[in-house]
Design a protein around this ligand. Structure first.
Ligand code: ATP
Ligand code: MG
Length: 361
């Protein structure tokens, strides 16, 4: 089901300011929409408004073509999965999943069909008659998902459902969730602070900062075309290198004058004499010396990440950059090397920190 947020805002009672405000968003039917942001930015507040657990202070919430601002949570045809999934310890996995349907007095035969169907999707058929205490954390999390799936809701709402799991299990469950979403095609709104979860699962990412939307788009758009410096820093690991400077005689010159880069026409035509910031991801350097767009740097720290090495390098003026190279390359601490910027891969941001668009109107 399509979900539309029109200028949505929330001001908690007793608070001076709005926690989130001016949220305009269209979540398409079948989307896996990830609401991403650091702790306290208002993710859960927004999700709880969609769920009907928080009242809406201003704006409109629309499911399909119906305004649901005042519709009670139980009538919204949604199912929620939280970080703490609190299964009933005295009930079997089967009964945990069947419980909410039994409460609604749904026919036993239909309940059985739904539980078995969900168990199959989640691959938990083998321990349907175990108690939660006898299964692993990942299995318990799947049962929690099962409880939501049997309801056959129009929308799944999930608030950091994987954050209690260890790293390996989280990785596994990410793939499982994508697979489940592909098979059920239920519109899903998923809250997390973890950029990896957003990048790997989302069809649409919404990045929030201090209750405001910073960017909405596909994962590739976030990586390749961050809307501003905040987004550029938030997405990607290692963090994007950012160099402050200005456009001088058609060149980007860093504040310390140590870095000079040829900039494309749309930059020097419109930003001559102005301050800008150049961004480049760690993997977009060439290890070579060229007449232009090159710099020499000393390797300060080498971090072995497996398939790649992250080099923390320092330029003459003490500018630091992170450069990743293939893991089998031999770089040693203290060595000096030349690197060249891949001009195609540069991001340009204006003085306010907003991305400079390629086509300036
Ligand atoms: N019931 C409430 N009453 C007053 N303020 C609240 C209430 N719930 C949340 N807040 C405040 O709203 C802000 C956003 O909280 P929210 O829980 O939405 O953040 P979040 O992005 O989900 O963070 P986290 O990643 O830590 O879960 C916080 O400053 C929080 O203190
Ligand atoms: Mg939260």
């Amino acid at each position: 089901m399509e979900v539309i947020l029109n200028n949505l805002g929330k001001k908690y009672e007793g608070r001076d300011n709005f926690t989130i405000r001016n949220i305009d968003l269209k979540i398409d039917d079948k989307d896996f929409c990830v609401i991403l942001g650091s702790s306290g930015c208002g993710k859960s507040t927004l999700l709880r408004m969609i769920a009907g657990l928080n009242s809406i202070t201003e704006g409109e919430l629309i499911f399909g073509n119906k305004v649901v601002n005042k519709l009670p949570s139980k009538d919204r045809d949604i199912a929620m999965v939280f970080q703490s999934y609190a299964l009933y310890p005295h009930m079997t996995v089967y009964d945990n999943m069947a419980f909410s349907l039994a409460m609604r007095k749904i026919d036993k035969k239909i309940i059985h069909e739904r539980v078995m169907e969900a168990a199959k999707v989640l691959k938990i058929e083998d321990y349907l008659y175990s108690k939660p205490s006898d299964i692993s954390g990942g299995q318990r999390q799947r049962v929690a998902l099962g409880r939501a799936i049997v309801r056959k809701p129009k929308i799944f709402l999930m608030d950091e459902p994987l954050s209690n799991l260890d790293a390996k299990l989280r990785e596994h469950m990410r793939v499982e969730l994508v697979r489940i979403h592909q098979s059920l095609e239920t519109t899903t709104i998923y809250v997390t602070h973890d950029q990896t979860e957003a990048m790997t699962m989302a069809t649409k990412i919404v990045l929030l900062d201090k209750g405001k939307i910073q960017q909405v788009g596909k994962p590739e758009e976030f990586y390749n075309r961050p809307a501003n410096i905040f987004v550029a820093k938030f997405i990607g690991s290692p963090t994007m290198n950012l160099i402050e400077g200005a456009v001088v005689d058609g060149l980007f010159v860093s504040n310390s004058k140590e870095v000079e880069i040829e900039v494309p026409e749309y930059i020097y035509r419109n930003y001559e004499g102005k301050k800008i910031t150049v961004g480049i991801r760690s993997e977009r350097f060439k290890s070579s010396k060229e007449e232009k767009n090159s710099f020499e740097a000393r390797v300060d720290v080498v971090e072995m990440l497996g398939k790649e090495k992250a080099l923390y390098v320092v330029l003459k003026d003490n500018t630091q950059m992170i450069i990743t190279v293939p893991g089998h390359y031999d770089y040693k601490v203290g060595e000096y090397h030349d690197f060249t910027f891949d001009l195609e891969a540069l991001h340009y941001f204006d003085e306010e920190g907003n991305r400079i668009k390629d086509i300036v109107k």
